[in-house]
Design a protein. Structure first.
Length: 558
């Protein structure tokens, strides 16, 4: 924008001139996010000032939406915004967005705002989102005004707002920004306004598509699963992001009090319904389920049983296991497989896989039915053992491939997930992954010498197939698959040649040890590897193991 246009905008008295300048700016900058030319001759400050002067003029009320749209485009550029924005301008935007007209927001009854222009409210909300995202000063103004009160009050009474659908999305976006970047606002929303409860009610209203009589929270009461349109999908995702902010790192694996327990008992059934829902595309479904998984990472595992409600006659479901509806768990497994197929590059492995793996580990530990179902899907009985476990496109193959990823956090989560599915049995873990893939995790847990790491039911559902039993004698436990017969490398050699090759190998090992390339180790009494100082220590281990083998058990002695 040129100097003459800014001067005209600041001095114009006729709304036609103001509209002309704003419309020209909007038309030419629809897709522009940076305005470096405004840094010259103090243009940026002058333009911001001129736009807000006109937005505050009562005579310009008919063109308020265009002025707000120009502010929204200008607010994309964060350059010097902290020094430009002021409390009066923020209050003007809040008023134009309809957020300062609610009274008695703490009580259940509120005075609804006047009917504002729908486009004006939307543009003012978008401008507030941009400005609060870029400016700490603006967020401080929000914290010291009644704007957050207005957001919560309007959410509780959306059925009384004439432009409800157009405000919900940006109300939630604004609330997400504020709860993510201001701890005091987050605490206020969570504790003073009971934000989690109101947001959960709002989610349920969106799912049932009625605000007068939402369905009960205590069960998945549907004859068919809800189909979510694109508009509601975007709103629901923003609500889940706000809830994630509110309960992020909220505490231990148990609720802190009865109020929090009631909140989770209300929340998880609604999340279950979201995992059952349909969307207009696979991409949107994965996005929705990703936000649900993110939220579940902060939910105590005590409440995970809500994910698999008891099946009831006449209710719609796709998958049943142990007389429970496991569609929600299946949706989480589909999300895991989707993320596994897109996360072979180590760049974003942690962000993509950490939340869903955390949720599945908590689920498997918390609920026996969920663990057994996941094991049946991820680690089905083995049949073809001719290929290493990490080769192929199944969930098991993709997970085993990540057991050697350099992203250690992901590697440990994958190993823990598989270990829990194996009921923390070393032998079963090695069977499905190969000792080479599992060794690192077993070493961390001190289980290299065998054993079991957890307490599970004594009943076993590990049924070997006939194909596996036939191939078992030929399986190499290190790689977890059968290997073709190899030719004997010593065939045709004399004793002197064999001794010569053996000495070459000894010298090579000695050189690697001397250069620090490798360091021999043995399994210590704690089940973890410990370095050895001399080869005779290995000989002592062999002697001790032989003596233990030859010594009869006390139960066998007379």
């Amino acid at each position: 924008m040129q100097d003459e246009d800014i001067e005209l905008l600041s001095k114009a008295k006729k709304i036609e001139l103001v509209y002309g300048v704003c419309n020209h700016f909007i038309t030419n900058n629809q897709d522009v996010f940076s305005f470096p030319s405004l840094s010259e001759n103090n243009r940026r400050v002058l333009l911001w000032t001129a736009l807000f002067q006109q937005l505050q003029r009562q005579k310009c009320c008919k063109i308020y939406p265009y002025i707000a749209m120009a502010i929204r485009i200008l607010s994309r550029d964060k350059t010097d915004i902290d020094n430009i924005i002021c409390e009066r301008w923020m209050l003007t935007l809040m008023e134009r967005a309809g957020l300062l007209n609610f009274e008695n927001v703490i009580e259940d009854t509120v005075t609804p705002p006047e009917v504002y222009d729908m486009k004006l409210a939307e543009e003012a909300l978008k401008s507030l989102c941009n400005i609060t995202f870029h400016s700490e000063k603006a967020r401080e103004v929000c914290a010291n005004t009644l704007m957050v009160d207005g957001l919560i009050a309007r959410m509780k009474h959306y059925n009384e707002v004439p432009f409800r659908d157009d405000c919900m999305l940006f109300d939630m976006k604004l609330l997400f920004i504020l709860t993510a970047l201001r701890q005091d606002i987050k605490t206020k929303v969570k504790e003073e306004f009971n934000g989690m409860e109101h947001l959960t009610v709002f989610l349920n209203q969106l799912l049932t598509d009625t605000v007068e009589s939402p369905k009960p929270f205590n069960e998945v009461d549907m004859t068919e699963y809800k189909s979510i349109n694109d508009k509601y999908h975007a709103i629901i995702c923003e609500v889940l992001k706000v809830q994630f902010n509110l309960i992020l790192q909220s505490g231990s694996d148990e609720p802190s009090d009865e109020k929090e327990e009631a909140m989770f008992n209300t929340l998880v059934p609604v999340l279950t319904r979201l995992l059952h829902a349909k969307t207009t595309s696979t991409e949107k479904l994965m996005e929705l389920h990703s936000h649900v998984a993110n939220l579940l990472t902060s939910v105590p595992p005590t409440f995970y049983h809500h994910l698999t409600p008891v099946t009831k006659e006449g209710h719609y479901f796709m998958k049943e296991f142990d007389e429970r509806n496991v569609d929600a768990v299946q949706a989480l497994l589909v999300l895991l497989l989707h993320r596994l197929r897109m996360s072979m590059d180590t760049k974003n492995q942690y962000e993509n896989l950490s939340p869903i793996l955390t949720v599945l580990i908590k689920s498997a530990r918390a609920c026996r039915t969920q663990r057994r179902y996941m094991r049946a899907q991820v680690l089905p009985p083995l049949r073809d053992v001719s290929r290493p476990p990490e080769r192929g496109g199944t969930a098991r193959n993709l997970l085993c491939r990540l057991l050697t990823t350099p992203v250690t956090t992901v590697r440990d989560l994958v190993a823990e997930f598989l270990f829990v599915l194996c009921k923390e049995k070393v032998g079963r873990m090695v069977k499905y992954t190969g000792f080479g893939n599992a060794a690192g995790h077993l070493a961390q847990k001190g289980l290299l010498s065998g054993g079991r790491g957890g307490q599970y039911s004594s009943s076993s559902d590990d049924s070997d197939t006939e194909e596996y039993r036939a191939a078992e004698p030929h399986i190499d436990p290190v790689v977890g698959c059968t290997r073709p017969p190899r030719a004997n490398p010593f065939e045709g050699m004399t004793e002197e040649q064999k001794e010569y090759e053996a000495m070459k190998l000894v010298n090579l090992f000695d050189k690697m040890m001397s250069d620090g390339v490798m360091k021999p180790a043995r399994i210590g009494e704690d089940g973890r590897p410990e370095p050895i100082q001399h080869v005779l220590q290995l000989h002592e281990d062999i002697t001790r193991m032989q003596n233990n083998k030859d010594t009869p058990n006390k139960q066998d002695s007379v």
